[in-house]
Each structure stands twice: as C-alpha cells, then as structure tokens.
Design a protein around this ligand. Structure first.
Ligand code: NAD
Length: 363
C-alpha cells in the first residue's frame, strides 16, 4: 500500500485524497488552516463522496509527519506550489504530483525544480488531468486510425463562468477571496483554465507538431482596485513545425464549453468535456462518412482515479514519458507567461526552447 501526503485540504486535495483511498492507499491530508481540515471532514468530503472516510489522517501542516512517503501531492494555491515542491523533494518521496497551474506566470524557481528533481531522480508530474482522461485517450485512438490527412490546425477552448468554480468552493465569497482573482498569483482565466493550453499542447505532440515556439495573445482584464484578473485569454499558438492554432480560456461563458478540435485536410476529431451531463465524447469525421460518436460516461471523482492510475503506472514503470510530465506542465507555464508578455506588449512573443524555463526565454 502506498503512503501519500496531500498538501491542501481544499477542492483538489479532497479529490486526490478520495482517489487515493479508492486505490487503497494510506492518506495523510494536511493544511495550514485548521478550518479547512474541519470543513473537509464535516462537509466537503461527505457531501461529495457520501461519507467521511475515517482512515484519512488529517494534520495541520506544522504537526504533519515528514519523510517516509511514497508520494506527495501538492494541491494548494499556485503561488505556493514551487516552494512546497522544493521542500517536498527534501523528503525524498518516490514521486510528486503538483497541481496545475504549476507556478505563477513569473516562473520563479521553475528551472530550479527541474534541475533538483532530475538530480535526485524523483518523478514529478503536473495535475492537468484532462490529458489522461478517457476522451483524450479516445482522441489518440482516432489519430492512430488515420484518415484525417495532414493536420491543418488545432483549436481548444475552456470557457467556463466563475460560477462553476465557486459552486465547488461555497466557502469563498468571490474571486477576491483567493488566488483566483489575481493573474500574478496563477489565477484568472489564463491560469485557472490553462487546461486548454495544456490540452492544445498535448494534441500538438500527438500529431507530431512539437512544442510551442510563438504566442500571440489578446486578453481582457478586470481591475477594480481589488481584483486583477484576465476574464478572457485568447491565444494564437505556433509550434516548432509551424502548426498554427488557437486557444480560448475565459471565466465568463455559461453554460460552459470545454471543447477541442484537430482539423485535418480530410477530416477532423473533436474532444468534448461535458458533451451531455456526466458524459465526455469524441466525435470524428472523415470525408463524406457519417460523424462517428464515442461517448465516455464518468464522474468528476473518477477523473482523478484515472489520473492517479496513470501516475501509479508511470511511477512503477519508472517512465517519465507522460503527458503529465513536469516538462509538459512547464511548457504550459511558458505559454501562459508568454501570453501575458504578448498582451502587455501587443506583439508576438517567441519562446526560446534552448533557454530553459525562465522569463529570459521569452523574446
Ligand atoms: N486538476 C483540476 O482539475 C483541479 C481542480 C481544482 C483545483 N485545481 C488546482 O488545485 C490548486 C488548489 O485549488 P483548490 O480549488 O483546491 O483550492 P482551495 O482554495 O479549495 O484549497 C487550497 C487549500 O490549500 C491550503 N493551503 C494554502 N497554503 C498552504 C500551504 N502552504 N500548505 C498547505 N496547505 C495550504 C488552503 O488553506 C486551502 O485549504 C490550484 O492550483 C487549482 O488550480 C486543479
């Protein structure tokens, strides 16, 4: 049985704890805030999963055990991820899972984390769970079947009104009450919905187009003296191979639209999250053939079980070639950071792939 420490007893910390327990692992869930631990036991966990699980051990961070964990999961606000990850490496777990977005657009400690994880041989993954979800695997199958012709472009949108997020966090009064209302802290449409950029990059890898090298962004900000967040983040991306496509992330669209399309000369594949209630889908069309429809029934808790199974498999096989790999999460942060530079300077920003994960790589 694996022994897991989960940092952050909020929305994601509960999902990861529940998925870990489903897999039979020993869970120690930690938070700096005693009220968050209380809320987990009394309301979040029972409301989501039916009842509190007495086997989960709750700890205030200053009293939490250190060392002896197989895995450490970091499910705290983005601006705390890097420091916690560097400290977690000192505990020498077999692997770390850090939530998305991996860091802030300032990219502080990004290269240091890669270097230290590599030096000590610790596998680090980033929680962009959609890329290992059933529908993404379905897209991969469709691409393997071929028949789309050369790929012309890729589009991905994660457009979801704040309401969905605050519905999952009833204890928050609004965007000002957490990192969500501040783009520099890793919130806002650009950070919170960076699943879209990450999925776009995953699809680009699947079609052999390589990494993103150019970002051109338009953003719409809300700045009222308290909050400072982009509510719409629209990106044009170009990869190493010259493939061009588009990403839109926003916190205003309702009902939400989480969708992607890989468009070939002779056909296309579409990825849909929430195609119908509780159902994701992959649609495909080749030439004059009927549109194919593959449906994937699942719940949100199952997404995280699927993610942790993938994580476990890669740890046991000692494989770093995952779409959740640290470098993939960092590549997404480079796009988010480049997007802010592009929007501020009203120009296309190039990412120098040889310059490491730092602001200096953005030109
Ligand atoms: N993969 C997904 O689909 C998904 C879903 C939800 C959240 N997330 C990500 O997870 C992260 C957390 O989001 P959330 O919605 O769970 O936030 P949340 O506000 O619900 O919970 C965060 C918790 O972390 C605690 N915390 C803050 N600093 C800490 C520290 N230094 N050590 C330990 N605990 C600390 C807070 O007290 C709070 O209880 C974010 O990066 C978010 O983007 C990912």
């Amino acid at each position: 049985m694996y022994k897991v420490k989960v940092l952050g007893a909020g929305s994601i910390g509960n999902h990861l704890s529940n998925a870990s327990r489903f897999l039979g692992w020993e869970v120690h869930l930690c938070d700096v805030d005693a009220a968050a631990l209380e809320r987990t036991r009394e309301s979040i966990y029972p409301a989501r999963y039916g009842k509190w699980d007495e086997a989960i051990q709750l700890h205030r961070c200053d009293q939490a055990p250190r060392g002896g964990f197989d895995f450490i999961f970091i499910g705290t606000p983005p601006d705390s991820h890097m420091k916690l990850a560097l400290a977690a490496l000192e505990e020498k777990p077999r692997a770390l899972l850090i939530e998305k977005p991996l860091c802030t657009p300032g990219l502080e400690h990004a290269q240091e984390l890669v270097d230290r994880a590599k030096a000590q041989g610790t596998l680090v993954m980033v929680g962009y769970d959609h890329v290992v979800g059933m529908a993404s695997v379905g897209v991969e199958d469709e691409l393997k079947q071929g028949g789309l012709g050369p790929i012309e472009t890729i589009d991905v949108e994660f457009r979801e009104h704040w309401g969905g997020i605050f519905g999952a966090h009833p204890w928050l009064a609004g965007p000002h009450d957490s990192y969500l209302g501040y783009w520099q802290r890793g919130g806002a449409a650009s950070g919170e919905h960076s699943h879209a950029a990450n999925l776009w990059q995953h699809f680009a890898h699947l079609v052999g187009a390589g990494r993103v090298t150019e970002v051109s962004a338009a953003m719409s900000f809300v700045r009222d003296g308290t909050v400072d967040y982009d509510k719409i983040c629209a990106l044009h991306l170009t990869t190493e191979s010259g493939l061009m496509g588009r990403v839109v992330q926003d916190v205003v669209t309702q009902p939400p639209r989480k969708w992607g399309r890989i468009q070939g000369r002779d056909g296309h594949v579409e990825w849909h999250c929430g195609y119908k209630p509780g159902v994701d889908a992959v649609l495909s069309k080749r030439g004059p053939a009927e549109t194919g429809e593959r449906l994937f029934q699942k719940t949100r808790p199952q997404d995280f079980i699927q993610e942790l199974r993938h994580f476990q498999h890669h740890v046991e096989a000692n494989r770093a070639d995952s779409p959740l790999a640290l470098e993939r999460g960092l590549d997404t942060m480079m796009v988010v950071a480049a997007a802010h530079k592009s929007a501020a300077e009203k120009r296309t920003v190039r990412i120098d792939l040889a310059a490491g994960y730092s602001p200096e790589a953005l030109q």
